[in-house]
Design a protein around this ligand. Structure first.
Ligand code: 5GP
Ligand code: ZN
Length: 116
């Protein structure tokens, strides 16, 4: 997919509006437009990678950075002590709807398991 067609590349470039909570050198965190929990933030790489496995193959250091920054978001949101869930939906059966890697940070309420 060309970056110009990708919604999250648009957000990373500042062409599409988002409620940004953390702007890192190589990652960006912003609130999900359709939150599923009191805290629901998406952490993306500014560079386009289709999913977590592709990112891990191409740039394992950047994948680690994504998780580090998700932890910082959880701290900032005040959910590190109460707990939170990190989710990487990949592909059709997992309902991945945006083909640009995004790590969901969900917290602020008790989360059910197993997921639907
Ligand atoms: P997925 O289902 O691919 O794991 O997650 C995609 C997420 O992106 C969904 O939770 C959806 O609500 C969110 N989303 C879709 N479009 C936008 C948008 O334009 N802005 C923001 N902030 N979130 C979006
Ligand atoms: Zn993209």
């Amino acid at each position: 997919m060309a970056a110009g067609d990708c919604l999250f590349c648009g957000i990373a470039a500042g062409d599409v509006e988002a409620d940004v909570v953390r702007d890192g050198e190589r990652t960006l965190a912003f609130r999900d437009i359709n939150p599923q929990a009191p805290t629901h933030v998406l952490v993306i790489t500014k560079e386009h990678h289709p999913d977590a496995a592709a990112l891990a193959r191409a740039q394992p250091d950047l994948l680690a950075e994504l998780f580090r920054d998700a932890g910082a978001v959880a701290d900032d949101e005040g959910v590190s002590d109460s707990g939170y869930r990190l989710v990487l939906n990949t592909g059709r059966d997992a309902q991945q709807s945006v083909p640009h890697v995004h790590l969901h940070v969900l917290g602020g309420r008790s989360l059910g398991w197993p997921p639907g």
